[in-house]
Design a protein around this ligand. Structure first.
Ligand SMILES: [Mn+2]
Length: 338
């Protein structure tokens, strides 16, 4: 964060504020970890703070300290609306475009609050007066640590906050293996462990929570995997019928897309998941190396994200979507096999 913004935040937080903290829709470990850690911090600093998530978050995050305090806009919209209308400051974490918060978008657009963005995605939009945006960061949780450090408050990080921040860094870095993981990331994580983050317990709570039906769904997904060796690409499909058969619950397909990248020689992995309720195919893209799935998703599938991880969607059928995907893939043959 630049000095000007640090001073602006110091000024802003020098008097008690009514603050709303917002993660993106379908919040993941980084979104929930960063908002909770910041919430704990703001409360410690004497502010009134409320986290409002656009919709619910997965069960494997429901052990996080004070996660029960998070208001879910989809379920508690009247209460949430009141907090947003009364907020003097709104922090938006782990996203940079108000289109990422679903039905909350018009409320935030209408708000007169001062907006503070903390985020590591590409192409931020300009809604926030104070923007801490850095695409080189491993996670928003690492940025929240930096944010507190900028405000000379690293010593305020307690065990609860350390557990929250550790979780987001761990999940967003694929357990510290993605290329966004730097020596600085490890230094931050080391300090979080010193401050009480229970790394082994966090790993178990987040990753070792499979239900039998989820593992069976994974088996189905892997069975559907199509490998396009000539394009160093592998993709998975899951139809609504298959999801229903294996008693799909929200979050069950989390991480499935990454299996494609574990194949030798595969640079680009994709999963297409049918969502009958929304009438769309939800798509996740992952890559290894320089192939930008962010650009690919933006160009062809109404999405975006990071260089190596992005999302998108299609309003065609599952079959039409994968056929289109294979067609546009042709344009990247040289790049993918270089
Ligand atoms: Mn993130």
């Amino acid at each position: 964060m630049n000095l000007e913004d640090v001073n602006a935040v110091k000024q802003l937080l020098s008097a008690p504020q009514k603050i709303v903290v917002v993660p993106h829709k379908n919040p993941d470990g980084d979104a929930i970890g960063s908002t909770l850690a910041l919430w704990h911090y703001l409360k410690k600093k004497g502010h009134e703070a409320t986290i409002i998530a656009p919709n619910d978050f997965p069960k494997f995050l429901k052990w996080m300290p004070k996660n029960e305090e998070i208001l879910i806009f989809e379920k508690q919209s009247i209460q949430a609306k009141k907090y947003i209308e009364e907020a003097s400051v709104i922090f938006t974490l782990d996203f940079n475009h108000l289109g990422r918060i679903g039905q909350m978008e018009p409320l935030l657009e209408a708000s007169q609050a001062i907006f503070v963005m903390i985020d590591h995605h590409q192409a931020p939009s300009g809604y926030a007066q104070i923007m801490y945006s850095d695409v080189t960061m491993s996670s928003t949780c690492e940025m929240v640590y930096n944010f507190m450090e900028s405000l000379n408050d690293v010593e305020k990080i307690d065990t609860d906050m350390a557990n929250c921040l550790y979780t987001g860094i761990m999940t967003d870095t694929g357990s510290f293996k993605f290329s966004s993981t730097t020596s600085r990331t490890h230094k931050v994580v080391a300090d979080l462990i010193d401050k009480g983050a229970d790394n082994t317990a966090i790993h178990n709570r987040v990753f070792d929570t499979n239900s039998p039906s989820r593992l069976h769904l994974l088996g189905c997904a892997l069975g559907n995997m199509k490998i396009l060796e000539a394009y160093s690409t592998a993709y998975i499909t899951l139809s609504q019928a298959e999801l229903d058969k294996y008693n799909f619950k929200k979050g069950d397909t989390e991480g499935f897309v990454n299996y494609g990248l574990t194949l030798e020689g595969i640079q680009f992995a994709v999963i297409f998941i049918e969502n009958a309720e929304e009438g769309i195919i939800k798509i996740s893209f992952r890559s290894q190396g320089s192939f930008s799935v962010n650009e690919f998703a933006r160009k062809y599938f109404d999405g975006g994200g990071h260089t190596n991880a992005a999302g998108g969607k299609s309003e065609q059928s599952l079959q039409e979507t994968t056929a289109y995907f294979e067609t546009v893939l042709e344009n990247y043959k040289d790049q993918l096999t270089a």
